[in-house]
Design a protein around this ligand. Structure first.
Ligand SMILES: NC(=O)c1ccc[n+]([C@@H]2O[C@H](COP(=O)([O-])OP(=O)(O)OC[C@H]3O[C@@H](n4cnc5c(N)ncnc54)[C@H](OP(=O)(O)O)[C@@H]3O)[C@@H](O)[C@H]2O)c1
Length: 277
């Protein structure tokens, strides 16, 4: 992370703290994205699966902020990975978002039915058409990342995976750094579980912060890592954003690295999840 709190990967400049929108629907999605933009978030994470692209788009439009000042990520759902479907799905996403382009377009999960080579070719074509500034993947393991990098014509800038102090991602992170790619940490609060952790609580007390703020700070203090916490509460969204006025020491970072040995994965859908590292 640098002074402006952005992560740079192959020309993409990604705000290190974004706002996640999974499970926020309609009025909640609109209300919380408006609130997040008001708080200062400049990176919004959505997906075709979340069924809230329209609400996200309206919130961005009504925010009064310039489109180019906000980093928007969306993700293509796995049932639309064939060439024609992928293109059409992005047209529909852009229509719902009411935008000319997204900043980052990700393949939401690896597919077991459509060959990666084919999906990446279409993803690249969509980028060439100007519908996505940057492209990447999500829920890819080291094996899949290496394959994707080999197969993709343009650079992949990001892999979005679950990552928080209760889950180790050393292998994935090392692989991404080797390729100059960034890692977006989803479920960065372990879906709320980090708040109960005694080590996080103890370190938080030292800094007059809460356990969630320490978890988020630990993530964005790592090179190439972005975090996208979600909340349905404006107070929580504000709290999650208040992480730029303190720093974790090297010793604290190392102590939190040890916590990841617990390997508590919260998202592991049968039929979709790959053979994790
Ligand atoms: N690529 C993928 O496959 C994938 C998978 C999962 C998630 N994601 C993305 O990552 C985002 C974040 O992950 P997530 O939504 O699974 O989980 P998360 O951000 O780790 O946790 C969200 C939970 O934490 C609570 N919370 C948030 N801030 C809090 C605070 N300050 N104090 C107390 N509780 C707090 C929320 O409750 P309240 O609403 O009450 O605040 C909610 O229950 C998603 O929204 C989505 O954009 C991507």
């Amino acid at each position: 992370m640098n002074e402006s709190h952005t992560v740079n990967a192959h020309g993409a400049s990604i705000p290190a703290l974004g706002f996640g929108t999974f499970e926020l629907l309609d009025t909640d999605a609109y209300r919380m994205v408006r609130a997040a933009l008001g708080i200062g978030y400049r990176h919004i994470d959505t997906a075709q699966l979340y069924r809230n692209e329209q609400a996200v788009g309206r919130a961005v439009a009504d925010s009064g902020l310039a489109r180019e000042d906000i980093f928007i990520t969306t993700k293509v759902w796995v049932d639309r990975f064939s060439a024609a479907e992928l293109r059409q799905s992005v047209v529909e996403s852009l229509q719902r978002l009411n935008m000319q382009y997204v900043d980052l377009l990700l393949l939401h999960w690896p597919s077991r039915s459509v060959p990666l080579e084919q999906t990446l070719a279409t993803l690249n074509a969509v980028k060439r058409d100007g519908w996505a500034r940057h492209v990447g993947v999500s829920n890819f393991t080291t094996v899949l990342i290496n394959q994707a990098v080999d197969l993709s014509e343009s650079v992949l800038v990001n892999n979005q995976v679950e990552y928080h102090p209760l889950l180790n991602q050393d292998k994935v992170l090392a692989c991404l750094r080797q390729h100059g790619m960034s890692l977006t940490a989803y479920s960065p609060l372990a879906n709320g579980e980090v708040f109960a952790d005694p080590v996080l609580q103890r370190i938080a007390a030292v800094h007059n912060k809460n356990a969630g703020q320490v978890a988020l700070r630990w993530l964005i203090q790592q090179q190439g890592v972005i975090a996208i916490p979600r909340s349905s509460s404006e107070t929580h969204a504000q709290s999650n954003f208040d992480i730029f006025d303190f720093q974790l020491s090297t010793e604290e970072m190392l102590e939190l690295n040890q916590l990841t040995r617990q390997n508590r994965r919260t998202i592991n859908p049968a039929g979709l999840a790959p053979d994790w590292d």
